[in-house]
Design a protein around this ligand. Structure first.
Ligand code: ASP
Ligand code: MG
Length: 403
């Protein structure tokens, strides 16, 4: 069997933890498995490097940023190889150049296109544990690139696909994916199995255990993922194309506090208005989420939508600079809102899910500002102060705490 194991920053934070990771990798190796390991940078290394860059240049070039950030993963990869060696296990660390992880050109946000497997397989066949630096790649110009924050997950999935691995294990500091944030819901339960689509919806809604692009790639290449803790032996959560007939109606409840609301008031009620507005945001790379357009009146209409709080300023700036062109009267905003979602593939074949969701909120006197749905998800916008309360009410209503 060939196993790809990925260890995140918190799992390789200290020399002791790196030794623990080595012990864990050694077990599988001694059982005769082929082991390829992907590591992130130690603890807060990437953040520290970013701060360091900004201390010498306010606006560092993206190319030099990647050159700098790529060093973080190289440290943990080399240290893990040394820790394995200390246990008498043959290991070799490889960076993106040595492996050849080919990516798109865009510095800071590159995508993996292809990974050469020759060198890795050569080492594996030589009975070495191969440790590959996560998060980094090489572009067409022969420059180092990085895959965006949290990108080591994507490296692991891309490697598992390229090597045709038998399993891809993502080790982290939690036991897996929960039905709700355990810090909010005392009876949140570990999900045993979840589909790619459900995971994507949960992840984009605030559960940051797995990098979204990694899940998309896993889905595309049919790589089964296991998300589990580096600290214990729990089995974790399996992410794959689930077809289990006894599926839960709802897999989980997610709360995203980072949402802010913007209402553009008094737009012309004519064709092309929504296009011009959202095209402007799309061009600026600003992600728009929930959208509501009310029925027009007196030739005017309002459009309300949400953006992530870190893009709020840029969005407002764009709006005010384009007021003349877009011909709107005013803008109102609300930063104290949160997105609450339920996600579940079981929703597709069951009616009454939405009603039960809304009833749970009504019973608690929680007001809904906006609603949006997809095949496997219902999202509402509520006041931030109602958020946690709402998560518990909905978690209860769908009995997610019960096996
Ligand atoms: N070290 C990178 C980061 O902090 C990549 C990763 O951890 O996956 O974002
Ligand atoms: Mg991560």
């Amino acid at each position: 069997m060939l196993i790809v194991k990925k260890f995140g920053g918190t799992s390789v934070e200290t020399p002791e933890k790196i030794r623990d990771v080595a012990v864990r990798c050694a077990e599988d190796y001694r059982h005769g498995e082929d082991v390829v390991v992907v590591v992130s940078a130690m603890g807060s290394t990437t953040d520290d490097l970013i701060a360091l860059a900004h201390s010498v240049q306010e606006n560092p070039s993206k190319r030099e940023m990647d050159m700098l950030l790529a060093t973080g993963e190289q440290i943990s990869a080399a240290l893990l190889a040394m820790a394995l060696d200390a246990q008498g296990i043959r290991a070799v660390s490889l960076n993106a150049f040595q492996t050849m992880v080919h990516t798109t050109n865009s510095y800071g946000n590159a995508r993996v296109q292809k990974i050469d497997t020759e060198r890795i397989m050569h080492e594996v066949e030589d009975r070495r544990i191969v440790i590959v630096t996560g998060f980094q790649g090489v572009n067409r110009y022969g420059d180092l690139t990085t895959l965006g924050r949290g990108g080591s997950d994507a490296t692991a999935v891309a490697l598992a696909a390229a090597l045709n691995a038998d399993s891809c294990e993502i080790y982290t500091d939690v036991d897996g994916i929960y039905t709700a944030d355990p810090a909010i819901c005392a009876d949140a339960r570990l999900i045993r199995e979840i589909s790619y689509d459900e995971m994507l919806d949960l992840a984009s809604l605030g559960k940051t255990v797995l990098h979204n692009r990694a899940v998309e790639m896993a889905k595309k290449y049919g790589v089964t993922l296991v998300v589990r803790s580096a600290l214990n032996r729990h089995e974790g959560t399996i992410v794959r194309e689930v077809t289990d007939v006894e599926r839960m109606l709802i897999s989980g409840v997610a709360l995203d506090r980072s949402a802010d609301r913007i209402s553009v008031i008094g737009l012309q009620d004519e064709p092309g208005v929504a296009f011009r507005l959202f095209n402007m945001f799309a061009k600026a790379g600003i992600n728009i989420d929930l959208i509501i357009q009310a029925v027009g009146h007196d030739g005017l209409k309002d459009i309300t939508f949400t953006v992530s709080d870190h893009e709020m300023e840029a969005a407002m700036d764009l709006l005010s600079r384009n007021q003349k062109r877009l011909k709107y009267k005013s803008v109102s905003t609300d930063r104290d809102v949160a997105k609450l979602s339920i996600v579940g593939a079981g929703m597709m074949s069951n009616s009454g899910v939405a009603a039960r969701f809304f009833e749970a909120l009504y019973n608690e006197g929680i007001n809904i500002n906006m609603i949006t749905t997809s095949e496997i998800r219902i999202t509402v916008l509520v006041a931030d102060e109602d958020g946690e309360h709402a998560v518990r009410a909905v978690h209860d209503a769908f009995q997610l705490g019960k096996e």
